[in-house]
Ligand binder design. Structure first.
Ligand code: GAL
Length: 450
């Protein structure tokens, strides 16, 4: 899938979102899943010992949602699911490690070994289509789109990222904005730093210098999983080269040897000079916690960080603030979370109810305020969302929508790995030419670089 197709899809997202907001039918009776088929007659599973009467009424959900905010949001999805399948026992199979850094390997082993969970977390685009659909690990759920009328409320551009040969393979729980810069309000004010509605990379570096001079660690990074630093770079890349050139990286029309890409690498290197000394010992959420506790001022992170602030009962624009990652105002880095139906899922009917719950209006309105993402559905009640979410919804509606490589949408898995590896080396050697050359070679090897 070329990036152009994503851009095309994204244009459709915008058109669709606008069209839907203009003509949205009242969604008064969103009774969850009237189409739910009764599950009375569980067909016995040939290869398993007969389950006790209700012993096989289960659902195994696999994810990496283990931080405080993530777990609370996941629980809300379980609660919505329980309204459809009250008796089902939920097996909450999580593997800690933000961004799925550890989970995806565990999942691949299970899938390759013929032991799939019923459903698992994925990112649309290359991750879903390249790793799970191409290997025949997931079943289409196109029929659910018809029965649940999701085609009327899910942006086509996003659904396209989960579609192959006319079949749809997943439903989105929410859409994260990856390019956020979060800050501890009191700390920043104490240092006399003013954060406006937007911030350039130079403004960030000036603020960081001022904070450092005041004895405050400017930037909190938690890259015990390298993806978090890779995301700092990805955001900085977008901020320095802009959305058009960034889009061109994924179809080869922008080279990773472009002078602006190298400038982005230099800027990233300058930012790293301001990070906390203990960055490699912390996970992403521990870094956010450090920010909350006054141990550092800024953190560049997707808005799952917002879920941590909510979980800590902190208030938007009082205890913490946000701005687009330096230079990225006007862009929305899409990091969407979806679930699908495993091929040979042990509990297919329960899984379909799980997907119904995720795609329901009630499910999306419960989950997203806790998770930090905006609903994928366009018919939600905005009044149920706070200041940050409304800000992010506005950004989604009007900004350039770009895919994340760190979170699996923009490029195939081999390039994603090479991107992380390049960051791992650069953090140590700060060698721009070597970093650039590594990414040029990786993009070629992956088939999209020229
Ligand atoms: C992303 C995922 C988010 C959040 C984040 C940190 O890949 O899309 O939902 O969980 O990782 O773990």
């Amino acid at each position: 899938m070329s990036y152009k197709r994503i851009l095309l899809g994204c244009a459709l997202v915008l058109v669709l979102a606008l069209a839907l907001s203009g003509c949205a039918a009242p969604a008064a009776t969103q009774a969850p899943a009237p189409t739910t088929a009764p599950e009375a007659t569980q067909a016995p599973e040939a290869t398993q010992a007969p389950a006790a009467a209700t012993g096989n009424d289960k659902l195994e959900v696999f994810s990496w949602w283990t931080s405080g905010g993530e777990a609370a949001a996941l629980d809300s999805l379980f609660a919505t699911f329980k309204t459809l399948s009250p008796a089902t026992e939920i097996i909450n199979a999580t593997v800690a490690g933000g961004g799925g850094s550890a989970a995806r390997g565990v999942l691949q082993t299970r899938l390759a070994g013929g032991d799939p969970p019923d459903t698992w977390q994925f990112h649309p685009g290359f991750e879903l289509l390249g790793q799970y659909v191409a290997a025949n690990y997931v079943e289409p759920i196109t029929d659910l789109y018809a029965s649940e009328k999701w085609n009327d409320v899910m942006p086509k551009g996003l659904v396209d990222l989960m579609t192959k040969d006319g079949q749809i393979y997943g439903v989105l729980a929410g859409v994260h904005r990856g390019n956020g810069l979060w800050y501890n309000k009191k700390l920043v004010e104490k240092a006399g730093v003013t954060v406006g509605a937007t911030m350039t990379p130079d403004e960030f570096l000036a603020a960081a210098a001022k904070l450092k001079a005041a004895g405050i660690t400017p930037l909190c990074v938690g890259d015990s999983g390298i993806w978090a630093s890779a995301q700092l770079f990805e955001n900085t890349l977008l901020g320095v080269i802009g959305p058009e050139k960034y889009a061109g990286l994924w179809d080869g029309s922008t080279s990773f040897a472009d002078p602006d890409v190298k400038k982005a690498m230099e800027t990233y290197g300058k930012m790293l000079a301001y990070q906390n000394d203990d960055h490699s010992a912390l996970s992403w959420d521990q870094a956010v916690k450090k920010l909350m506790e006054g141990g550092c001022a800024f953190s560049s992170m997707g808005d799952w960080a917002y879920g941590e602030f909510v979980n800590a009962k902190m208030k938007d624009n009082v205890d913490f603030g946000w701005v687009s990652h330096p230079g990225t105002a006007g862009s929305f880095m899409i990091v969407a979370d979806g679930f699908g139906l495993a091929n040979k899922a042990p509990h297919p009917e329960q899984t379909k109810n799980w997907l119904r719950a995720i795609g329901s209006k009630a499910g999306q309105e419960a989950f997203n305020p806790l998770k930090g993402s905006i609903p994928a559905r366009t018919d939600v009640d905005r009044a149920k969302f706070g200041v940050y979410h409304n800000w992010s919804m506005d950004s989604f509606a009007k900004d350039a929508l770009v895919p994340s490589v760190v979170h699996g949408s923009a490029a195939p898995a081999d390039f994603q790995q090479a991107f992380n590896d390049g960051v791992t080396s650069f953090v140590v050697d700060k060698n721009v030419d070597a970093f650039s050359a590594a990414l040029v070679a990786a993009a070629k090897a992956s088939g999209f670089g020229k």
